[in-house]
Design a protein around this ligand. Structure first.
Ligand code: ZN
Length: 211
């Protein structure tokens, strides 16, 4: 309900579901990392395809893997934050606001960047949370393509989804880099995008274009 109402009413740069009309490509987004096992391999793979993506990092994971946060940024990817504890329920807008500030502080300490992109864990939002996030000058980034990778149990499942997926300009694809099959999506998505002359763009480049 929040989603439907907000898509119709809210300024897209403050509540983004997909890219601007003049987007030349799609955005891959990775949530829930950094992950010691999968994120390094994912970065290698993205680098081999020359893909820049956007990572929504969890505070506790950043604290555990600060070198991976630095590597993500050093390799040209964009970063946003995804709460400190990844609690989807029972978090008040005030607690969420505190987690946002904690994550931003850590990202700044590690990379020098002022992150202003927030993705809500499990898309869980309320009007109070949205207003509080805006008060903190955070852009809320949702998605329009969700393979539900977290339910997949094999590489074959991930590859089958990617073969059927028809990328379109402005797509925001939701993936998770703490997921064992995250790599299996990439080669086919890269191929399909190339066939359609679509590039890979990052969320901040779109937000800059919308403002
Ligand atoms: Zn998440």
């Amino acid at each position: 309900m929040v989603r439907r109402a907000s898509q119709a009413l809210l300024p897209p740069q403050w509540m983004l579901f997909n890219g601007p009309a003049n987007a030349g490509g799609l955005a891959l987004t990775f949530d829930d990392g950094p992950n010691a096992t999968h994120t390094p391999k994912l970065l290698d793979l993205l680098g081999s395809y020359n893909i820049r993506a956007t990572f929504f990092l969890v505070g506790g994971c950043m604290e555990d893997h600060p070198d991976l946060v630095r590597r993500i940024v050093a390799e040209g990817h964009a970063v946003g934050h995804h709460s400190w504890w990844h609690r989807s329920e029972g978090t008040s807008s005030r607690t969420l606001g505190e987690e946002v500030q904690q994550c931003r502080k850590l990202i700044h300490e590690l990379t020098g960047l002022h992150s202003n992109l927030f993705r809500p864990p499990r898309g869980n939002l309320s009007v109070a949370k949205i207003l509080n996030l805006w008060r903190l000058r955070q852009h809320v980034v949702m998605w329009n393509v969700d393979p539900r990778d977290y339910l997949m149990r094999s590489s074959a499942e991930a590859e089958a989804w990617a073969r059927k997926y028809e990328p379109a300009a402005g797509d925001v694809v939701l993936l998770h880099d703490d997921h064992p099959f995250v790599l299996d999506f990439i080669p086919q998505i890269a191929k399909s995008a190339h066939e359609r002359n679509l590039t890979f763009e990052t969320i901040p480049t779109w937000i800059n274009r919308l403002e």
